[in-house]
Design a protein around this ligand. Sequence first.
Ligand code: B12
Length: 296
Amino acid sequence: MQIVQFTAPQLARMLGVNESTVKRWIDRGLLNSVRTPGGHRRIRESDLQAFLASQDKARKHSYVLARRHKEVTTEPWRKYYELHYGRNPHKAREYLTASFISLGSVRQVITTIIAPMLVEVGAAWNRGEIDIADEHRMTFLVRSDLLAQSTLLPSPNRGAPRALFACVPEDNHELALVLLSLVAQEAGWNTTVLGINVPAQQIEVECAASTIDLVVLTKIFSGAADISYVRSVRALPHVRSAPIVVGGSGWSDADKETMQRMKQVTFADSLDAFVHTLAKHAPSPTVHRALRTKRS
Ligand code: B12
């Protein structure tokens, strides 16, 4: 697992302050940093956490940091839901960013805020409390909030492994791809998101064009494509050497069982299982560089 490091501009966006403020904190010794061989400043996650723990001086400079202290709620996802429901997208975005800082990882943000908030969107729709336009508006904003978090994550190292993400045909639940790709990005992977409703042939095209170390297929709507789709992806000539991880709440038990017997196919249905799969399939940097040179 790589050491998570941030650049000064990333940290400035995260904390809602100017880049010059971050540099001042560093210059005054409030925030530790290291230098890259090229002389650029990098802030390690552990140094950021230490800074946040002793942030009294910094807090008065930062609206986001000040908010982080005020907002101690029992159900963080409810607050996020209510801000979007109440048409406060900017406050919702700030709240999510502040949560990212206090929870320390995108994975935690997804588990404690995004996933339960989306379940509530579905439940509120079922109860007739929100209409379809609310659902579309709110999930559109969740998607943009999540994509904004991706700019806070460190860029992958040179030679990092690459994962490909796709919803099976007839599945439009794209948010699942956004969540999973952020988790992979946080674990140091390069990510290519193909989006909804992806025909098998498109996966072949992507795998032929560059080295793909993991293919991730999701299905949330049970009426979407079934196991025959996974079989056809598995059989594609350029996908053959890449492992496939499949997940999502739309698969039938019979399909899950069949997948357990398929070679180079893993069924994983939680973020923890997904992170496990990423760790298992990330080639070590040396082997990976050698492989890439050989393949190119
Ligand atoms: C948002 C949403 C939509 C949005 C999607 C917007 C977008 N850009 O993604 C829109 C409005 C487009 C939509 C459409 C529909 N939806 Co919808 N939708 C939802 C909602 C509210 C949230 C879904 C979501 O994003 N969840 C976040 C995901 C990722 O969480 P999760 O599924 O729990 O997954 C977790 C794990 O399973 C794991 N995981 C998920 N995928 C994967 C993959 C891998 C590889 C791994 C390792 C792990 C993993 O990670 C997640 C986080 O912990 C759910 C309600 C709910 N309770 O889930 C309904 C829900 C999924 N939708 C449903 C339905 C029926 C539909 C429609 C058919 C409605 C309609 N009549 O048109 C259409 C289907 C269109 C289609 N062809 O796909 C049903 C599905 C029921 C079923 N048995 O299939 C649900 C459950 C609502 C309900 N209770 O009725 N929907």
